[in-house]
Design a protein around this ligand. Structure first.
Ligand code: NAD
Length: 428
């Protein structure tokens, strides 16, 4: 089965339309929610280290802010498109709503490849991005955060530029800042840990003990690394991870049937989560084609790299043994593949629920930044666990009661909350 060319926004809209139909939403609400409220496209001229100027394309899309200031990450990626940013902004709206935090959804990006940029060039892109959009974002309007290939350092450069323009300290402008500079303890691990909090609850529902399960993970970046850490602490065994190889411009899967050693692999990975093939081989890992992570004989699959990874053309490779898919990445499963997964009865923890730990902790960071009072790590992670578990249980409860697919149940809760907020404000 071949998929059409992937368009994440078309996919996000198709998912929305399906649930809008089930909810019998009125036409005005559908029109409002299936498109972003606002979007900004801009050029960022950057003086490169060799003296030349490169003009980068930047975006900020604010999908909906009826429930509170918009919130969403900034992605640096060479294949970034406005449709990807639109889709991600829409998913942010649903994500904040499903975990019931008082924020809306947005997303930003710059078309660039940090692999080929020096730190100073990346700093200039960050500052340039803020200069173009500084009037349309802010602690009470729209709050950015890191995403793929952006990190705490990028956030601090952006904050510094924003504070210079607005002449004051506004640590609530951006989240994912370094600890000690307005960041929250626990933010780095929040998304990966959040994925595993939901896996823990799902395994209880499936009657499985974590220590009796195995998992295969796509990606070896922020989300994946911390998901693996906590899953292993619960006793689970990860037998395969995959990552992008910048030199070969392709991905590889790294398998060790006796279980991967996270710290060992971290020692052979670059800043972008790319694993060194030769070093991995020397340590006894099998180096397999990038897509092979999906065919592993495991109980749990955790896609934690990018969107469009489980598709019509590879969904058939998912092993009979797989009982659970926890979507760490945003939009990893295409609608074609989703149908097959649903028919096979594989339990899915949908992306905007599974990976909501990041934004939940970002919300905690914003609260702490605005108070200028910072909590201990255990307090942050304890609050995160409570929020994620409550959100998971609300979705799985609805799924069971109404016999809904988990993704649809999560959408029903989220869309209802956002539609309600728009109605109560008198927008529709
Ligand atoms: P990251 O940049 O830290 O890591 C991405 C990883 O994916 C890297 O190891 C890279 O090598 C790997 N990768 C890239 N293309 C690949 C491919 N084709 N096959 C296999 N591996 C590949 O990014 P991240 O922050 O971990 O984000 C991963 C996903 O999770 C994204 O979809 C992101 O939007 C989503 N997400 C992240 C957060 C967060 O807090 N970081 C929160 C919510 C959702």
């Amino acid at each position: 089965m071949a998929d059409k060319p992937h368009n994440a926004f078309a996919m996000a809209q198709a998912q929305f339309d399906g649930v809008a139909e089930q909810l019998n939403l009125d036409q005005a609400t559908r029109q409002l929610l299936r498109n972003p409220l606002r979007e900004y496209h801009f050029s960022i001229p950057v003086r490169m280290d060799d003296g030349s100027v490169t003009v980068f394309r930047g975006f900020r899309v604010q999908h909906n802010d009826a429930r509170g200031p918009a919130k969403g990450g900034i992605r640096f990626h060479p294949q970034e498109t406005v449709d990807t940013v639109r889709a991600l902004s829409m998913w942010m709206t649903w994500k904040c709503a499903v975990v019931d935090i008082p924020l809306g959804g947005s997303k930003g990006g710059v078309v660039c490849d940090p692999h080929n940029l020096s730190a100073r060039e990346q700093e200039r892109i960050c500052r340039g991005w803020v200069r173009q959009i500084s009037r349309e974002v802010g602690p009470l309007v729209d709050v950015p955060a890191p995403d793929v290939m952006t990190n705490a350092q990028h956030m601090l450069w952006m904050l510094d530029e924003f504070e210079t323009i607005h002449r004051g300290h506004f640590p609530g402008f951006i989240t994912g800042k370094p600890v000690g500079m307005g960041g929250s303890l626990g933010r780095t691990e929040a998304t990966g840990f959040g994925v595993v909090f939901t896996i823990r609850e799902a395994l209880k529902e499936l009657g499985l003990k974590p220590e009796a399960t195995t998992a295969s993970v796509q990606g070896f970046g922020n989300v994946s690394q911390y998901a693996i850490r906590l899953y292993q602490q619960l006793g689970g065994k990860v037998t395969c991870v995959s990552s992008w190889d910048q030199a070969d411009q392709t991905s590889y899967s790294f398998r060790k049937k006796s279980g991967i050693d996270l710290d060992e692999l971290l020692g052979m990975a670059d800043h972008f989560g790319g694993i060194d093939k030769a070093k991995a081989k020397a340590k006894g890992y099998e180096v397999l084609p990038g897509d092979d992570w999906i065919a592993e004989e495991v109980d749990i699959l955790i896609p934690a790299a990018l969107e469009n990874q489980i598709r019509g053309d590879n969904v058939g490779r998912i092993h009979q043994r797989v009982k659970l898919i926890a979507e760490g990445a945003n939009g990893p499963t295409t609608p074609e593949a989703d149908k097959v997964i649903q028919q096979r009865g594989i339990f899915v923890i949908p992306d905007f629920l599974a990976n909501a730990g990041g934004v939940t902790c970002s919300y905690f960071e914003q609260v702490q930044s605005n108070m200028n009072y910072y909590w201990e790590r255990d307090e942050v992670l304890g609050k995160l666990d409570i929020k994620m578990t409550a959100a998971y249980l609300a979705v799985s409860d609805l799924a069971r009661k109404r016999k809904l697919y988990m993704r649809d149940a999560a959408y029903v809760i989220a869309i209802n909350r956002v539609a309600q907020a728009c109605k109560e404000r008198g927008w529709i």
